[in-house]
Write a protein that binds this ligand. Structure first.
Ligand code: GDP
Ligand code: IMO
Ligand code: MG
Length: 424
């Protein structure tokens, strides 16, 4: 009956996990549509923090199906560890299904990701080294020996595919990067112990998605963010999949006219992990304040996130690229103590004013943000639960963000917990 896409409007870590978990309460299925274990989505329940890399952020709601759709890529070791860790904390994961067609991240994809990054030297992307690029590369190059989840159901087939893949990978590992070749036995022995845990979850998921689409509420959970998209992000400093809302259609097989709602998740300021342009980045005390108040350290890699003011130019562009119907503003409380808050409303690049990201994203390196200043509210928001309680300055900041995005506000998050959300 309805389908909602959750999409990151910036460079990832906007708080997609928290908002997805809230929507999952009334959803019949939560489906991750792209990416793999490069994601790190945080859900906080009754003070308990869950960091999810692969498993959809609806997993704590056992009545909702949680699906890794065919557009995602799965690291079996990460998946096994995540399922086991959740079970230890009382989450059954019985509602988890993984598409037979999702491609598999193997240990040598992770190895290659690291070797490629090292070989790039100063030009490295700063990937999560989770094997994302090498696995999507194999998928798109249509290697017959690429491994999909269905192949994990048959030991001898799996072994022969590993053997076939390694015949090529070892040449690259050894001769291009000077690394140690990998043996079939070593890889198989690493993957084999994960299979008992994973196999019960491997399934045809298309019928489930279709049924929920017809009878219930489907939430399609994006990973990463709009400007990490392979086509619409700051290439080459991007991921190898399609986080934009259109990627939800590709990754799940849901057609574009069946999407009812696209909620773009917007952090009240900007962060980025890894290399690439970032026009509103602050390399000063203000940036340091955002990092420490927002605890801006990567969920997956622990790296400090680069921090800066909200980029309204990026937001406008993201809203258009995703056909956002509303925005959820997160981490507003992180700005509680600021005297003055800045928002970039345009860029100046080579003497010309831009209100949207230039299509040639290389130009971003030369962008000077044009800021608008707004007064801060200088009081804590984290206990507030309705817009009426919000100080005028905070409400005005939120309204300004909605005007820049040209869409309605779905809700405002003022803390990591479920209850710390002001619904509109
Ligand atoms: P995701 O990748 O988009 O799901 O976001 P992450 O989980 O990587 O990063 C968001 C971080 O901010 C997590 O630690 C969340 O628990 C936390 N968080 C989410 N919403 C809020 C909020 O409104 N205020 C504060 N202070 N923290 C939040
Ligand atoms: P969530 O879902 C923030 C970044 C990496 C690097 C680039 C490419 O938690 O928002 P990759 O490993 O994908 O090849 O790395 O993308 N990146 C993320 N940044 N949040 C994420 O996920 C990210 N996933 C990848 O830091 O710059
Ligand atoms: Mg994250």
């Amino acid at each position: 009956m309805s389908a909602t896409v959750i999409v990151g409007a910036q460079w990832g870590d906007e708080g997609k996990g928290k908002i997805t978990d809230i929507l999952a309460e009334t959803a019949d299925a939560v489906v991750r549509y792209q990416g793999g274990s490069n994601a790190g989505h945080t859900v906080v329940v009754d003070g308990d923090e869950f960091k999810l890399h692969l498993i959809p952020s609806g997993i704590l709601h056992e009545e909702a199906l949680c699906i890794m759709a065919s557009g995602t890529i799965i690291d079996p070791i990460c998946m096994r560890d995540e399922i086991e860790a959740l079970r230890e904390r009382g989450v059954s994961c019985n509602n988890l299904r993984v598409s037979v067609n999702a491609h598999v991240i193997m240990p040598y994809h992770r190895l290659l990701d690291g070797l490629q990054e090292e070989a790039r030297g100063h030009d490295s992307i700063g990937t999560t080294r989770r094997g994302i690029g090498p696995t999507y590369t194999d998928k798109t190059s249509r290697m017959p020996e690429s491994i999909r989840m269905v192949d994990l159901l048959d030991d001898s087939r799996l072994r022969s595919l590993i053997e076939a893949q390694l015949a090529e990978k070892n040449v690259i590992i050894e001769h291009l990067y000077g690394g140690e070749p990998v043996t079939v036995d070593a890889v198989f022995d690493e993957i084999a112990p994960t299979l008992d845990v994973i196999r019960p979850h491997i399934a045809d998921v298309r019928d489930d998605i279709r049924r929920v689409l017809e009878e219930g509420h489907l939430v399609l959970e994006g990973a990463q963010g709009t400007f990490l998209d392979l086509d619409y992000g700051t290439y080459p400093f991007v991921t190898s999949s399609h986080p934009v809302a259109g990627g939800a259609c590709l990754g799940t097989g849901v057609g574009p006219t069946e999407i009812d709602e696209v909620i773009a998740i917007v952090k009240a300021y900007t962060t980025r992990v890894g290399a690439g342009s970032f026009p509103t980045e602050l390399n000063d005390e203000a940036g340091e304040r955002l990092r420490s108040r927002g605890y801006e350290f990567g969920t997956t890699t622990g790296r400090p996130r680069r921090c800066g003011w909200l980029d309204g130019v990026a937001l406008r562009t993201a809203s258009e690229l995703n056909s956002a119907t509303s925005i959820a503003i997160t981490k507003l409380d992180v700005l509680d103590a600021e005297e003055t808050i800045k928002i970039a409303v345009a860029y100046e690049i080579n003497g010309k004013r831009y209100e949207r990201m230039p299509e040639n994203l290389d130009m971003l390196d030369h962008a000077t943000p044009i800021y608008e200043e707004m007064p801060g509210w200088q009081q804590p928001l984290s206990e507030m639960s309705s817009p009426d309680e919000m100080p005028t300055e905070a409400w005005e900041y939120v309204q300004r963000i909605a005007t820049l995005a040209e869409c309605d506000i779905w809700g405002i998050s003022v803390g990591p917990a479920r209850a710390q959300t002001i619904m509109l």
